[in-house]
Write a protein that binds this ligand. Structure first.
Ligand SMILES: [Zn+2]
Ligand SMILES: [Zn+2]
Length: 360
């Protein structure tokens, strides 16, 4: 019941937000088609304004399994088959558990949703981590290929999977996960499959640093804060699409990503220092009208940059505070940068001069 109510509330807010139209009336929507989400698949809702016919389509996100006291979903027939000999560490208030590798030996790890009838709420800090140095190959974390983190888990602790160099697949909770700790997946160089996790609000610093096999970011539409170097040095990362709810991205967030081509920074207010430093394939960056500042060296070494797509007007772009060296650093002799700022009402060159003849 609780989850159903939450989804209804989210949908209601979306309808209300969309209700204020540019024309003289408040849209009066009625639902014309709906497909309910299941545990694992998204649904949708199509609505139409009774007065003007304006259409609205919303995604109803996959619910995740509802374990409610056991390791079997109460909504579908899915049942976890938890890995033996994992360690479960009680939370400080004793209301639940954090999971860690313990003496497990399986390459595919499945964490319990409920342990001794209490919920598993997190992955313990360093819970599956591989230490730096010569003991690394003997650590079981180095042999793990996949892990399923059940719905209900809210946090992944600092360094939880640090250095798990053979980890390829991570199943994240669909809605319950809120935070991914600092360095959580740092150095997981084979990690390539991470599903959408629609509740994540915060990703810590260096969380996915050096995840060379990732080509795109998992869908995390509730994300607000992304820590410094969170996606830096990801050799295979091609697209970095962050949602509109993003407010802050840390220093160097996408730096040293050699094949990164397009990024959306969502609603970030500051393009941070060194944000895209040494991203020689970066062509396009989108950012909303909430942008207030571009920090030092943000685009340094971005020699392929063609377009910044800005959600505001030309006047709003000119009001954005920009460090003197926001792009022109690290250029080799003979290299030059020529990109344009596509605003709502026109196109500017990087010096802020209107250039009406530039094609899209
Ligand atoms: Zn209308
Ligand atoms: Zn289910």
């Amino acid at each position: 019941m609780k989850k159903a109510w939450k989804i209804f509330a989210i949908a209601l807010i979306a309808v209300m937000a969309a209700g204020i139209s540019g024309c003289a009336h408040r849209h009066n929507y009625k639902i014309v088609e709906q497909k309910d989400p299941t545990c694992l698949t998204d649904g949708y809702r199509k609505s139409k304004c009774r007065e003007c016919g304006e259409e609205l389509e919303e995604t109803l996100y996959a619910l995740g399994h509802d374990y409610n006291g056991s390791n079997a979903c109460t909504r579908c027939d899915y049942e976890l088959e938890p890995t033996a000999k994992l360690d479960y560490i009680a939370t400080e208030d004793g209301s639940g558990y954090y999971a860690a590798v313990g003496s497990a030996k399986a390459a595919s790890i499945v964490v319990e949703a409920y342990h001794l009838s209490k919920p598993v709420v997190g992955i313990y800090a360093e819970g599956f981590a591989v230490p730096d140095g010569e003991n690394a190959p003997e650590t079981h974390g180095a042999k793990i290929v996949s892990i399923e983190i059940p719905d209900g888990v809210e946090t992944i602790g600092e360094r939880a999977f640090y250095g798990c160099a053979n980890l390829e697949t991570v199943v994240l909770p669909r809605q319950s996960l809120k935070t991914v700790g600092d360095l959580a997946f740092r150095g997981c160089e084979k990690l390539k499959t991470v599903n959408a996790s629609r509740g994540v609000e915060e990703i810590g610093s260096n969380a996915f640093y050096g995840c060379d096999a990732l080509t795109a970011l998992p869908d995390m539409p509730a994300l607000k804060t992304v820590g410094e170097y969170a996606f830096a040095s990801c050799e295979g990362l091609e697209r970095g699409l962050l949602g509109a709810s993003v407010e802050r991205v840390g220093e160097g967030v996408f730096s040293d990503c050699p094949v990164l081509r397009s990024v959306s920074l969502g609603g970030a207010e500051v393009i941070s220092r060194n944000a895209f430093e040494n991203c020689p394939a970066l062509e396009e960056v989108a950012v909303s009208s909430r942008l207030k500042e571009i920090a030092s060296s943000a685009f340094s070494g971005c020699t392929a940059l063609k377009a910044i797509r800005f959600g505001g007007t030309m006047a709003e772009w000119k009001a954005v505070k920009r460090a003197d060296d926001w792009f022109l650093t690290n250029l080799e002799p003979g290299e030059f940068v020529n990109f344009y700022i596509y605003c709502k009402d026109g196109v500017l060159d990087h010096n802020g001069v209107e250039t009406p003849d530039v094609p899209n």
